[in-house]
Design a protein around this ligand. Structure first.
Ligand code: NAI
Ligand code: AKG
Length: 419
């Protein structure tokens, strides 16, 4: 990550929160309440590997706040998953659901494993044990799980199956399921679709023409690859992509449709560099400082920090991933006049369509694909308009405005409920 200070997601999330609470005039006690989690769960997950050895992983679920509705948030499989990451990511789920005004709170969790190093049957066993250990603390009115980094529709299908063994058939306990198993049309690509929408609105506000605009995307998984597709559809030129193994650059741009529909991309058997089939190899660090119009960090947190923010040359940053920008970097971007569409707005398309999936599951009724797309656009546009207006009225960055709106809504809900 090339940062002198170790990235501390918790400190970063707390600092964005504290700034917002000062602006809305929250008391110290309220700040404590909004910062702390409602419940934190950690457990051991032993697994006999296929070679007969015993491995012990750890499962986490942090349920941050449920003042506006049941806890909601993804499950991440990554070696970095720990309490700090889960807590920070859970708290930003609370602000994200409040900002797009859907009736949920915030949660996050996962397993500290490398999913690429486990077989499919090992992953299925771990996943099913994970939800069994959570027991009655999850459920359609309690805490609803979803995909995040390292998990996908198959993982959600296993969670649904294991939960339903004990509780009776209950698809609404988890969103992001395969469409053939109660999933919503449009959820798989919703986060990337939302990133492209927010990028287009922000580009227009910043007088940046998206047609022909050059784009660099860090992370070519679910969010990054879908954002690339939808931005290319809108006429942008994706000139750099990367994954955990490194990146690739081509000034002519890549043919994103061919890349994402290639057999290797579908089987996840090739790196971004191999998939691109042309261009120059670059590192993940180099990608972030390319001379491009639009930069989309769509992988891990803390990649834009005090040691590289000065070198970023993008005209607009749209946060596809969660917490990619440290608060020090956010200040540098503010001083340098580089607008940033923050994660809690830019990647909120995923949880918005998760809400639609949950609503469909509770009604046992499927919406048409077009209905999902239209309602997603309407929800995100309303949130964007609110953020832009607040930013203009109060001379705030988009992130500051988004946090003021979101934390204000959660504080209001807490006060309405009473203590
Ligand atoms: N899947 C979803 O619906 C949502 C995901 N997000 C966030 O978006 C980000 C990406 O998530 P997904 O695309 O779902 O994950 P994914 O697992 O589908 O893809 C992750 C991508 O990032 C790359 N990557 C991993 N570590 C990296 C590193 N250190 N440097 C550069 N690239 C690295 C991987 O190789 C892969 O290409 C995460 O921050 C996640 O929390 C946010 C909202 C919803
Ligand atoms: O779809 C969801 O419920 C949550 C997705 C997620 O984890 C996120 O937005 O960071």
């Amino acid at each position: 990550m090339n940062s002198t200070k170790t990235y501390n997601p918790q400190q970063c999330a707390d600092s964005y929160l504290a700034q917002a609470l000062r602006r809305i005039g929250a008391s110290e006690a309220m700040e404590h309440l909004l910062q702390a989690s409602y419940r934190e769960i950690k457990f051991e997950l032993p697994l006999i590997r296929k070679d007969g050895s015993l491995a012990v992983f750890h499962g986490y679920r942090v349920q941050h706040n449920h003042s506006r509705g049941p806890f909601k948030g993804g499950i991440r499989y990554h070696p970095s998953v720990n309490w700090e990451h889960s807590h920070a990511l859970a708290s930003i789920m609370t602000w994200k659901t409040a900002l797009v005004d859907i009736p949920f709170g915030g949660a996050k969790g996962g397993i500290d494993c490398d999913p690429c190093a486990l077989s499919s049957s090992e992953l299925e066993t771990l996943t099913k044990r994970f939800i069994i250990k959570l027991g009655p603390l999850v459920g359609p009115d309690q805490d609803i799980l979803a995909p995040d980094m390292g998990t996908n529709a198959q993982t959600m299908a296993w969670l649904y199956d294991a939960y339903s063994q004990g509780e009776g058939d209950e698809p609404a306990v988890v969103t992001g399921k395969p469409v053939g198993l109660g999933g919503s049309y449009g959820r798989a690509e919703a986060t990337g679709r939302g990133v492209a929408m927010v990028a287009a609105w922000a580009a227009q506000a910043e007088k940046l023409n998206l047609t022909g605009a050059t784009v660099a995307i860090q992370g070519f998984g679910n969010v990054g690859s879908c954002a690339a597709r939808f931005l290319a559809e809108r006429g942008a030129k994706v000139v750099a992509i990367s994954d955990v193994r490194g990146g690739v650059y081509s000034g002519d741009g890549f043919d994103i449709e061919t890349i994402v529909h290639s057999k290797e991309a579908e089987e996840k058997s090739a790196s971004a560099l191999e998939l691109a089939r042309k261009g120059e190899a670059i590192s993940n660090e180099e990608l972030l400082t390319l001379e491009v119009d639009l930069l989309i960090p769509a992988a891990v947190g803390g990649v834009l920090h005090e040691n590289n923010a000065d070198q970023v040359k993008a005209r607009l940053i749209v946060e596809g991933g969660n917490l990619p920008t440290t608060c020090e970097a956010a200040e540098i971007f503010r001083d340098r006049g580089i607008p940033v569409a923050p994660d809690i707005l830019a990647n909120a398309g995923g949880v918005t369509v998760s809400y639609f999936e949950w609503a469909q599951n509770l009604q046992r009724y499927r919406w048409e694909r077009e209905t999902v797309h239209q309602r997603l656009e309407k929800t995100l546009k309303k949130a964007w308009d609110n953020v832009r207006k607040k930013a203009e009225e109060d001379s705030l960055s988009y992130r500051e405005a988004a946090y003021v709106i979101a934390t204000g809504r959660v504080k209001h809900a807490i006060e309405l409920r009473g203590f």
